[in-house]
Ligand binder design. Structure first.
Ligand SMILES: [Zn+2]
Length: 172
């Protein structure tokens, strides 16, 4: 056994144990990976905001943190995220969650304005065809997330949680 293979034997099982991707931080038993330079993902309050948004989403969909255990949540700086069978999704749930941090070419200002809440819905209730009426009735949830700070490269801006959720296409 060469020196290299000895090292490989030590390292490979560690990588395999977490799907080959090490999250930037964890929220409960979910991992969070940032592949974006959107200002809100660089803000010190980002982990806390992710957790409170996930909590609100779980409350809305009737889920618990167990539904997100082992899930990797990726914030992606490209306009569309990889999603099997969907060419132009702004979000995806396939066991892991990927959400874009860009809307119509502009960086999104806060985690509450990504389609994260929508994708948590798929994690909790499945329903890929969006038959459940809750998909288009986020008023109570939006109210719970209103009034928070948004971030842009030039400074603080407003954070509007509702608009992006409603504009998410009824697929993906
Ligand atoms: Zn969907």
């Amino acid at each position: 056994m060469t020196r290299f293979t000895r090292i490989a034997w030590l390292v490979l099982p560690l990588l395999a144990g977490c799907g080959g991707v090490e999250p930037d931080f964890r929220v409960r038993d979910a991992g969070v990976l940032v592949r974006s330079d959107a200002a809100f993902t660089r803000s010190p309050d980002f982990p806390v905001r992710v957790e409170s948004t996930l909590q609100a989403a779980l409350d809305y969909w009737g889920g618990t943190w167990t539904d997100l255990a082992g899930t990797l949540i990726v914030f992606d700086g490209s306009p569309h995220v990889a999603c099997a069978g969907h060419e132009s999704s702004t979000g995806c749930y396939d066991g892991d969650i990927r959400v874009s941090t860009v809307d119509a070419g502009e960086p999104i200002s806060c985690v509450e304005a990504t389609v994260l809440v929508h994708e948590v819905g798929h994690a909790v209730i499945g329903d890929p065809g969006h038959a459940d009426p809750r998909w288009m009735d986020f008023a109570s949830l939006a109210g719970a997330l209103e009034g928070r700070t948004g971030y842009a490269s030039a400074g603080l801006v407003s954070c509007m949680p509702v608009a992006n959720v409603w504009r998410h296409p009824p697929r993906g």
